[in-house]
Design a protein around this ligand. Structure first.
Ligand SMILES: [Zn+2]
Length: 173
């Protein structure tokens, strides 16, 4: 590894330790030429997971892009940053386990909702109501229906949210 300070090509590894549950190997290096110390992260290269957007454009799946929307949905709920990080990892590993190199953007949204549903139902409804702005109302209604069938207590909430969603949609059109 080239020294970032002087550009010497020989640097020594002085320490190696796993990080992020062994997904990363963190190495501390030292440059014999200038004495600079720096760290590198070594990670297994995974083949790119491509998300196909609605307009047909393709981009590499980046779980961090989902974090903002999920964090917003979890605002003031008892969901920790670690739980969100775990949720993003789960989504990525589920997508990868489905053994496809390309995934529709709708599938990503579905997975986020599925995982949020188990984590926090309020966050789930919030995320779903934002997500449906980019989707059709019918599909959102189906989701709410599915949710109220799964958890009877959620019925009142889903009704008002569904009404809100319809109003929002009326404003748009
Ligand atoms: Zn150096």
């Amino acid at each position: 590894m080239k020294c970032p300070h002087c550009g010497a090509s020989d640097t020594r590894v002085v320490d190696s330790r796993p990080a992020e549950d062994g997904a990363i190997l963190r190495r501390r290096r030292s440059c014999d030429a200038c004495g600079m110390r720096f760290s590198t992260h070594e990670r297994v290269l995974e083949s790119a997971l491509i998300v196909v957007k609605k307009d047909g454009r393709r981009e590499e799946f980046d779980p961090e892009k989902l974090r903002g929307g999920i964090a917003k949905a979890c605002n003031k709920r008892s969901v920790s940053t670690d739980q969100i990080t775990q949720l993003l990892r789960d989504i990525e590993s589920t997508l990868r386990s489905e053994a496809r190199s390309e995934v529709e953007v709708e599938r990503v949204g579905e997975l986020v909702m599925e995982k949020l549903f188990h984590l926090d139902q309020v966050a789930y409804v919030r995320f779903a109501s934002v997500y449906q702005r980019f989707d059709d109302v019918k599909r959102f209604a189906q989701l709410l229906e599915r949710m109220s069938r799964r958890g009877r207590r959620g019925t009142a909430t889903s009704k008002s949210t569904s009404k809100q969603a319809t109003e929002d949609n009326d404003l748009k059109s």
